[in-house]
Design a binder for this molecule. Structure first.
Ligand code: F6P
Length: 357
């Protein structure tokens, strides 16, 4: 079977580890020919960019490398492909044509919700596809864990640990804005591991007065400093999400600013000096942690195995520590929020973390 592979959407730690596992399983286990790496996501198919021949030799040393050797873009949806200023056109037929020219029997797509939506539509047009769930936000439906997420959590936890120093030394409130457009998985996990005093999530719009009261109570009880972890997509009760750049054409809005807003309000109501740190793309960078390397290896192997079994139009998923496949139609069109009865929320409440709900 001639496999192609591409990486779509934002980069995440573990993409290269999945590529490596796909290549090794396809060639070593199934005896298939070298895998064709499609550069720059779907753009590489639409623009007919030269593929990269991937073998166990050319993917050597990849398991711990961040980013993606294939490069990526989140501005190349073939169904709404850029065609000049604010103009988009359907180039999906070119994708199928290119897959035919390259002799692809199947395409492995590593991406988040957007890439899986594209994969689903291409599959309905006749392309054989299998996806694997990538995103630091951990919000892809159908799986318990996306690769890249745990590395982002480790990076954010490290940042929270370090910010404790200044918070404690200066008696300050340190607000950390973390990634998470629609879901607060990073903020909840890193906030728990990094001992944040308050965790604010998109799933639970926050009450600023409750947050102020909680931080003032901490100060009165002898801790005149606090660490607040806030996901970028969080909004105050009755308020709006903070947007840096509004949505443009088919592209989503760039979020940002909620951390500064929270810090500003807290400085007024607590009289404690407040500062904000926006961690941003630091969370997407660097080597994947060991758990992500393992998960990526499992996902890569499972994607090839699914194709070998004749399965397609599906995504490989983690369920109770095992690999399974879920139909793409169950993955697309939404995201996976932190359930309001999640045990970690319970742990936060019981250990006195402010959720300001
Ligand atoms: O989806 C992952 C993510 O990191 C979001 O948390 C964030 O809002 C977005 O990507 C940023 O995307 P970009 O790098 O295109 O600005």
């Amino acid at each position: 079977m001639q496999l192609g592979i591409l990486t779509g959407g934002g980069d995440a730690p573990g993409l290269n580890a999945v590529i490596r596992a796909v290549v090794r399983t396809a060639i070593r286990q199934h005896g298939w020919p070298p895998v064709l790496g499609i550069p720059e996501g779907f753009k590489g198919l639409v623009e007919k960019l030269d593929p990269i021949e991937l073998t166990p030799f050319t993917t050597r040393g990849l398991i711990n490398r961040g980013g993606t050797i294939l490069h990526t873009t989140n501005r190349a949806d073939p169904f709404q492909y850029p065609a000049g200023e604010n103009r988009f056109e359907d180039r999906s037929d070119t994708v199928l044509e290119r897959a035919g020219e390259l002799g692809l029997d199947a395409l492995v797509i590593l991406g988040g919700d957007g890439s899986h939506s594209i994969a689903h539509k291409l599959s309905n047009k006749g392309l054989t596809v299998v996806g694997a769930p990538k995103t630091i936000d951990n919000d892809v439906r159908g799986t318990e864990l996306c690769f890249g997420h745990l590395t982002a959590v480790a990076t954010a936890t490290d940042a929270l640990d370090k910010l404790h120093t200044t918070a404690e030394s200066h008696h300050r409130v340190m607000v950390v804005e973390l990634m998470g457009r629609d879901t607060g998985w990073i903020a909840l996990r890193a906030g728990t591991a990094g001992a944040a005093d308050a965790i604010l999530l998109p799933e639970i719009p926050f009450d600023i007065d409750l947050l102020c009261d909680g931080i003032n109570r901490r100060a009165a009880a002898g801790s005149p400093f606090s660490i607040v972890a806030v996901a970028e997509g969080t909004r105050p009760k009755g308020g709006e999400i903070a947007v840096l750049e509004s949505a443009e054409g088919v592209y989503q809005a760039r979020l940002g600013g909620i951390g500064a807003l929270v810090a500003d309000r807290l400085q007024h109501c607590t009289q404690l000096e407040s500062r904000v740190t926006v961690l941003g793309h630091v969370q997407r960078g660097g080597a994947p942690v060991s758990a992500d390397r393992i998960l990526a290896t499992q996902y890569g192997m499972a994607a090839v195995d699914a194709l070998a079994r004749g399965e397609h139009n599906c995504m490989v998923a983690l369920s109770h520590e095992r690999m399974e496949t879920v139909p793409l139609e169950d993955v697309v069109g939404g995201f996976r929020p932190v359930p309001l009865d999640h045990p970690l929320l319970d742990a936060a409440r019981q250990t006195g973390v402010l959720l300001a709900e």
